[in-house]
Design a protein around this ligand. Sequence first.
Ligand SMILES: [Zn+2]
Length: 153
Amino acid sequence: MEVILSERGKELILYKNYKFSCKNLTKNGRKWRCTKKTCNAKLYVDEVKTTILKEETEHNHLPPKNVQRQIISNQVNRKAMNDLIEKPLKLINKQIFTEKSTNDLKIEDISNIRQNLYRARRKSIPKLPKNLRETQEIIMSTTTLANRNEEFY
Ligand SMILES: [Zn+2]
C-alpha cells in the first residue's frame, strides 16, 4: 500500500496497482473506494494510512494504465520541491533510471510528468508582489528568488 497524490493534488491509496480515493469514516476504519466509479472495490484503512483493516477488492476491470506514471510523477515532484535548482528533465530521467518497471512509459508520459512538475513548482513560489514595498520585503526575505525563477524556463 502506498499513498500518492493525484494529478489534482488529492490523496489516493495505491494498492495492488489499483487506485482508491478517500471516503467516509466507518466503524471498520476509513473507507477508500476504487477510483473507477462503476467498481465496488473498497479498502478500510486506519487513520494514519499504514494498515489495511479490511479489504473488499474484487474489481470489475483491469488496473488503470497510468499508475506507473503517477508514481514516478509523485516521486519526481517530491524531489523537485527539495531541489528547486535541478532541471526538470534531469530529475525525471534520474527517477526513471532508479525505477525498475518503467518499460511501459511513453514519450507522452514523460511530458505529462514534466507538466505536473512545472505545476507543482509554480504553486510553491510566492505570489507576485502588489507594490514596491512588498517587492522590497520579498527581496529582503528571499534572496534566492531570482535564481529560482531562472529555472522555470
Ligand atoms: Zn476497481
